[in-house]
Every structure is written in C-alpha cells, then in structure tokens.
Design a binder for this molecule. Structure first.
Ligand code: ATP
Ligand code: MG
Length: 299
C-alpha cells in the first residue's frame, strides 16, 4: 500500500541526522506506529521517482535483522521514508549502561545475519554500518537500518563532508576505493568495539584535526577490545579490523567464529538488557530536558 502525509499523525522527534530528522508517527489507517525519516535533498522529479522505484524491492523481502520498510513518498524535494519504530532506540543510546559479553555476542550475531541477508538476498552492501544505524526494541530484537538500497539515493547523499566519527575502512580513506563487503566488515568491527567500550574508538578530542584522526585510522595499528572481554571476543574484533581488507573474514566465516557460537541464543537475556538500557536512556533524556528547562536556576 501507499503511505502519504495526510494519513500520519506526527509524534515526537526521535533523532537528528546529517540529512534531516527522524520522527515517531502514527499511521491512522493501519493503527501502526512508525518512524519517519526525512531526507532533505534538492532533487528533481525524475531522481525522486527512481528513488521510490528502487526502494520498492524492500516490499518484497523481509528479515528479522532488518528494520521493516513500510513505504516512502516525497513532498517537493524531500524524501520521506517510513519504517518500523524501534522503541529502545539505536545502540549508541543504549551501550552506556555497559554491555556484558553475551549481549555483545548476541548484538554482533544479529548484525552479521542482517549484513549477510542484505548481501545474499538483495545483493547490496550496507555502506553505513555504525551504532546509530543498529536499532533495538524492547522485545530484544536487533535490526539494521539505513543501508544503501537505492543507488540513486546513495549517490544523492554522497558525503560532502565527513563527520567527526568515521567508520570508514582504512582502504577507503587512503585510496578512495569503492565500497566492498570488506569495508562493511571493518565498520562492523569498529561498531562492536564502540558498543563494548561505550565510546567511539578514535575520540576527536585526541586529534588536532579530522585529517589527523583519519591518518590515525590509516596509519596506526587497529584498536582492540578491552581486556575484560574473552580471547574469542578480542580475536573476532581483531579479524574484522585487519588493516588489509582482503584478510577480513566473510560473513559465513564470522558466523562460525566461537565468539558467536559460544552462547546458546535462547539463553542470552537480550530482552532484559534492552529494557534496562531503554529505561536508563529515557531517564537520561528526561534529566537533560529538565536541565534545559531550568534556564534560571534558583540560587
Ligand atoms: P547520520 O545522519 O550521520 O547517518 P544518524 O544515523 O544518527 O546519523 P539518522 O539516520 O537521521 O541519523 O537518525 C537519527 C536518529 O534517529 C538515530 O540516531 C536513531 O537514534 C533514531 N532512529 C532512526 N531510525 C529509527 C527507528 N526506526 N526507530 C527508532 N529510532 C530511530
Ligand atoms: Mg541513521
């Protein structure tokens, strides 16, 4: 079915990205709560039409590791993309409570399965694997979003400037190589590392410029998981972060790795962790709102 703006009741803002905002919306005809991503681009009608056509493949295929796509439409030159609402939010807003190894293993397993699905079933590489694009819900499901389904959309959004957190593989930084599956494996490794450590592994405040920071990614030995994680976990991340792209494992190989096979899936309390992390996130957001509200603190 088709979705249009008139059918949506706009609820709160869920977050802001480089290209626009993501908003919680309620789709009245179907009673479904969704997340609507606004992508602000100055595009002509033919490009907008080809984006909508390319997004259509998402209606035909689904995976438990990929955020459901409900539909897209455009108004003037903006694309509106409606997808499954993930109530716990993205990983970057959840990992602050700490991530035990079994949870880290479970999150990684879901990510690898999602990436493998994209590659095998849709023949696409993600291109933007990072914690803000890994979403969690209070059922304990972990799903990927913002992958490069539409060639036209990828092209139109081609980064004009790099943010202060780069998940780009060294070979892409130094040689500007086109995207490969192996570059996604690097970004996967970096995302797992960030999730475990609770912060981005190349903190901008350590570098005098973005150039320095990117040089560190290319020139320095790759970062590794903290000692509190097992040898298996550390080895897994080490394989994803091999500087030589050709040496990085395939998804099939990663799925066989002890870090992912050591834990019986149904014994990991992902739901328990997701709910706790979501509550902590909501509390933090509430505190931040209050702090903003008290412009003139009583003194
Ligand atoms: P960038 O623009 O650099 O890719 P980003 O991924 O944070 O960064 P957006 O994709 O615009 O930017 O998303 C903004 C925020 O909205 C995300 O960080 C995430 O927390 C939240 N969000 C996105 N999609 C959903 C969703 N389906 N359900 C719940 N929250 C979401
Ligand atoms: Mg995103």
């Amino acid at each position: 079915f088709k979705i249009n703006m008139e059918e949506l009741k706009l609820l709160e803002e869920l977050g802001k990205g480089q290209y626009g905002t993501v908003q919680k919306v309620y789709h009245k005809p179907t009673n479904v709560t969704m997340a609507m991503k606004e992508i602000r681009l100055e595009l002509d009608q033919s490009k907008l039409n080809s984006i909508l056509m390319e997004l259509d493949v998402l209606h035909k295929s689904q995976s438990p590791y990929i955020v459901d796509f409900y539909g897209a439409f455009f108004i003037e030159t903006c694309v509106y993309y409606c997808m499954e609402f993930m109530d716990a939010g993205s990983l970057d807003k959840l990992y602050k409570i700490g991530v035990p190894e079994d949870i880290l293993s479970h999150i990684t397993l879901s990510m690898v399965r999602g990436l493998k699905f994209l590659k095998d079933d849709l023949s696409i590489i993600h291109r933007d694997v990072k914690p803000t694009n890994v979403l969690v819900n209070s059922l304990g499901q972990v799903k990927l979003c913002d992958f490069g389904v539409s060639g036209q959309l990828v092209q139109s959004m081609a980064k004009t400037h790099i943010g202060c957190q780069s998940y780009m593989a060294p070979e892409r930084i130094s040689q500007g190589q086109t995207y490969t599956v192996q570059s996604d494996v690097w970004s996967l490794g970096l995302s797992i590392l960030e999730t475990a450590e609770g912060s981005y592994p190349y903190p901008p405040e350590l570098y005098s410029s973005v150039f320095d920071q990117l040089s560190a990614i290319v020139g320095n030995p790759p970062p590794s998981l903290p000692e509190r994680y097992s040898e298996d976990a550390r080895a897994f991340v080490g394989l994803c972060l091999l500087k030589d792209a050709k040496e990085r494992p395939t998804y099939a190989a990663l799925l066989q790795h002890p870090f992912l096979t050591n834990y019986a899936e149904d014994e990991v309390d992902m739901k328990g962790w997701a709910v706790k992390a979501m509550e902590a996130r909501i509390e933090r957001e509430e505190a931040a709102r209050l702090a903003r509200g008290t412009a003139h603190p009583p003194e």
